[in-house]
Design a protein around this ligand. Structure first.
Ligand code: FES
Ligand SMILES: [Fe+2]
Length: 440
């Protein structure tokens, strides 16, 4: 073991301009440092408020090593609490989702909390008289993350008290959440039931890089696209939604060189600022009309024409505006990453909009997918082979330009430029090299 925690030079040497060291992917020590310095200080996606529509509705999840609860408080606001009893630390809620009513009751010694986590009652209260309980941390109730923010229904939390404000952290990336929500004539999204959840034997950074990797589809997904084309020709009843979603996976290098991309500070990015593999989906006239009525003609056109391939909300979320899908990354260890794929129905939009999301999820991300398996095989092979003797570097040099160093917000045309990946690793590296979490 190198001892990265005590060796700032070794951490500094993990990423150099356009290549990243294999330990960034395979070292458990680096993974622990990432949890503390990258994930705890970043705004992480928690869930969507439509998952908890009624007072007392909750979900539980693990957020970068901390169990958390997202719950609808009695004042109708959505709260995020650390799922830890203030008494002796038991988890207060143990189900993945449910309704807690108007209070939470710890299953261990029955301390009770309001739905905002404040302490409501302790058992055998008389035994605490004159003990100074009201001065103890236990009297503060359940802990909350350092920051919680809801934007257009999307709920985020930052575990650490230190770090940038929500709006400063995401900046222009938030326009992509506006675009998703504004694809509803009512400006609101409804989550579609549960998600597709899988655990992949690879480092989370490989997955996030691949979300911006436009050079791989022509080689990795060529068979999926070609098979879709063949099936579409042979079987007249083939679902047109499936075909319009799968065929673009065969788009060649030229397609991506013109799609446009934008990197943003803190590792975020928009791939496909001009068009993407989702742009060619069939127009639905009644839908366009309802958007025009809701938002006006020019805003409706703007909403529909912005259809990026992927928007990365570094380091936990990637969105697809047009098929209304999000991918959520929950790293479990250096070599294990949990992925969740959620689809949305834009409220007030025709059912075909939800169908697009569900069809895309099934075809591209599910256990019966014809696309994801090809990627996962390669991520898992990367993870295994990076430990091999010899070259320790992963190369991210395509169209590297020394002038890009230090540039946060950068627009460019060529979607094959690996700047979209280098930008992620620069954010990662700068947080990792900052043990105290001082703000720049
Ligand atoms: S640990 Fe929760 S009431 Fe004791
Ligand atoms: Fe892929």
């Amino acid at each position: 073991m190198i001892g990265y925690r005590k060796d700032a030079d070794a951490v500094a040497g993990l990423f150099v301009d356009n290549q990243i060291h294999r330990d960034a992917y395979i070292s458990e020590e680096i993974f622990q440092l990432e949890q503390e310095r990258v994930f705890a200080r970043s705004w992480l996606y928690v869930g969507h408020e439509s998952q908890v529509p009624a007072i007392g509705d909750y979900i539980t999840l693990d957020l970068a090593g901390s169990p958390v609860i997202m719950i609808r408080h009695t004042d109708d606001s959505v709260r995020v609490l650390i799922n830890r009893c203030a008494h002796k630390g038991a988890g207060v809620l143990s189900q993945p989702k449910g309704n807690a009513g108007r209070m939470l009751r710890c299953p261990y010694h029955a301390w009770c909390y309001k739905t905002d986590g404040s302490l409501l009652a302790v058992s055998l209260k008389a035994g605490y008289e004159d003990t100074g309980l009201d001065q103890s941390p236990a009297s503060q109730g359940m802990s909350t993350p350092g920051g919680v923010a809801t934007y257009r229904g999307f709920v985020f939390a930052r575990l650490s008290k230190q770090g940038q404000s929500f709006h400063e952290y995401f900046g222009q990336a938030l326009t992509a959440l506006d675009n998703m929500a504004d694809r509803s004539p009512q400006g609101e999204l409804q989550i579609a039931g549960s998600c597709i959840r899988s655990v992949i034997r690879c480092n989370w950074k490989m997955y996030l890089e691949n979300i911006n990797d436009t050079v791989h589809p022509i080689s990795v997904h060529e068979s999926a696209s070609a098979t879709a084309g063949k099936v579409g020709q042979e079987f007249l009843e083939t679902d047109p939604t499936a075909l319009e979603q799968l065929l673009p996976f065969g788009a060649g290098y030229d397609f991506y060189t013109k799609m446009g991309a934008r990197t943003l500070p803190n590792g975020h990015s928009i791939l496909g600022t001009k068009f993407s593999i989702h742009t060619g989906y069939a127009d639905v006239p009644s839908y366009r009309q309802s958007l025009e009525q809701a938002h006006g003609e020019s805003r409706a056109q703007e909403i529909l024409s912005f259809s990026p391939q992927n928007v990365v909300f570094y380091p936990s979320l990637a969105t697809k505006g047009s098929p209304q899908i999000i991918r959520v990354l929950r790293p479990l260890s250096a070599g294990l990453t949990q992925l969740e794929v959620w689809a949305f129905q834009p409220k007030g939009a025709p059912d075909i909009m939800l169908k697009r999301g569900l069809t895309y999820s099934r075809l591209v991300f599910s256990p019966t997918s014809v696309v994801a398996h090809d990627d996962i095989h390669l991520f898992e092979s990367q993870q295994a082979s990076l430990a091999a003797a010899g070259n320790p570097w992963v190369n991210l040099q395509r169209q590297f330009n020394p002038a890009e160093l230090g540039a946060g917000d950068c627009q460019f045309e060529d979607g094959n430029n690996e700047l979209v990946m280098r930008n992620q690793h620069r954010a990662w590296h700068s947080m990792l090299m900052n043990p105290a979490g001082d703000q720049a």
